[in-house]
Design a protein around this ligand. Structure first.
Ligand code: ZN
Length: 416
């Protein structure tokens, strides 16, 4: 079945890809839905802008970027005449475009306070008959919304399409690492995206990398390692996230005590009461949160008021690295805070972040996770990357986590 093409090519100017090209009316119509436009009002990196002033780009630009990476990969498959069913192009591109449609404002922090995950919202937005996204997908072909939701949830039987959207070397990571690196100015987070796309190849039901591209692949995995430590785990950005979590927690606790602060937007109230439905959820954006904090900086409750001022004025919590858990010292921090009038439930926190940069366990029969396979064209065999790359082996074995204790600056002298 030929895929309908627009008469006119649409383009977006983009700092990562130069241009983002849209040829199919389906993709253009999805971009113009209310649910996708909402992502313009949600920052991709949550609180990272307090540490990197340039890091305030939107989830919308990232979503377009993921679509564009998939479009480029498919175009490369086509040029090389790799086995690939063209009918699957739109499925992969639509799933890439929509993969983050369920993200809310500051979603990683919010998910720790209220137990609702963005993956669930993505699925609801795609499958609920009331959304424009759903209507556009079903207009293309009945059942297409379900197929797109299945790809995003990794349930779809077409493993190649799934691995383009989420895998070790997926379009999501390829775009966000480059985009976050460009936006923050952290140059060593960049890698050769054009060549990564050139060396990818579909073999059986997986995407593999040609062995001649090993150095390019190593540079990508190292860039990812650098970005985690330099940007995603940045202690000041994490401090802002701790304060944000405490604000939401305090607002919620006050409501439980019958002293609910005035909620400038009803959707925020229903989010914190965990009664939020899809229509309300789609009203949430960064502005709703920031406006609430702006109003609450004059709240009657001194804790809520102070936390909001700290967040807005970037007078965040101080921290100490805390590689090993020391319960006595932690108790001392809590007591010092409480004794100085800072309710330790809101002013102290242990923040722990860790990731595996290449989550493929080495050795023994204990292999799990997804590997990146190198393809030797001559011998027509696959080899797992860490078996031939010592840099990859090193970062695959890295288990370090970032663990920090946060507390008010005012008690700094009492904790050391
Ligand atoms: Zn994403």
């Amino acid at each position: 079945m030929p895929v309908p093409m627009s008469e006119e090519e649409k383009v977006f100017k983009d700092p990562v890809h130069g241009y983002i090209y849209v040829h199919q009316p389906l993709i253009w119509d999805l971009i113009n839905t209310r649910e996708m436009q909402r992502l313009r009002r949600i920052r991709q990196l949550g609180t990272t802008y307090v540490a990197y002033p340039g890091g305030d780009h939107s989830r919308f630009s990232h979503s377009l970027g993921v679509y564009e990476v998939i479009r480029q990969i498919l175009a490369a498959f086509d040029r090389n005449a790799y086995p690939w069913d063209e009918d699957d192009n739109l499925l992969a591109m639509a799933a890439g475009l929509l993969h983050d449609v369920g993200h809310g404002p500051f979603s990683h922090a919010v998910e720790k306070v209220v137990g609702l995950r963005h993956e669930r919202w993505s699925e609801a937005i795609i499958l609920d008959a009331a959304t424009e996204v759903h209507q556009v997908l079903e207009h293309h072909r009945p059942g297409f919304a379900q197929a797109v939701a299945d790809v995003i949830a990794k349930r779809h039987p077409h493993r190649l399409v799934v691995s383009l959207v989420s895998g070790q070397l997926d379009a999501d990571r390829l775009d966000y690492l480059m985009r976050d690196s460009v936006a923050t100015g952290v140059d060593y987070g960049k890698f050769d995206l054009a060549r990564i796309i050139r060396i990818m190849e579909p073999v059986d039901d997986r995407i593999v990398v040609r062995q001649s591209g090993l150095r390019t692949l190593e540079a990508y995995l190292l860039a990812r390692y650098f970005m985690y430590w330099q940007v995603y785990f940045h202690p000041v950005s994490r401090s802002a996230e701790v304060v944000l979590r405490s604000i939401l927690q305090r607002a919620r606790d006050l409501a439980g005590l019958g002293e609910e602060p005035p909620f400038p937007h009803p959707a925020l109230a229903s989010l914190l009461r965990e009664t939020v439905g899809l229509a309300d959820y789609l009203r949430l954006d960064d502005a709703v949160f920031l406006n609430a904090f702006n109003v609450w900086q004059d709240a009657a409750d001194p804790v809520l008021r102070d936390l909001c001022r700290r967040f807005l004025d970037r007078r965040l919590l101080d921290y100490r690295e805390y590689p090993e858990f020391r319960p006595m010292w932690w108790q001392r921090v809590l007591r010092a805070a409480d004794a100085s009038g800072f309710d330790s439930r809101y002013y102290c926190a242990i923040d722990e972040t860790g990731t595996v940069y290449y989550d493929y366990y080495l050795g023994g029969g204990n292999r799990q996770g997804e590997a990146i396979w190198l393809w030797d064209r001559n011998t027509r065999s696959l080899v797992e990357t860490s078996e031939v790359s010592s840099p990859v082996r090193t970062i695959a074995a890295e288990t370090r986590v970032a663990r920090r204790v946060y507390f008010p600056r005012e008690i700094g002298e009492q904790v050391d």
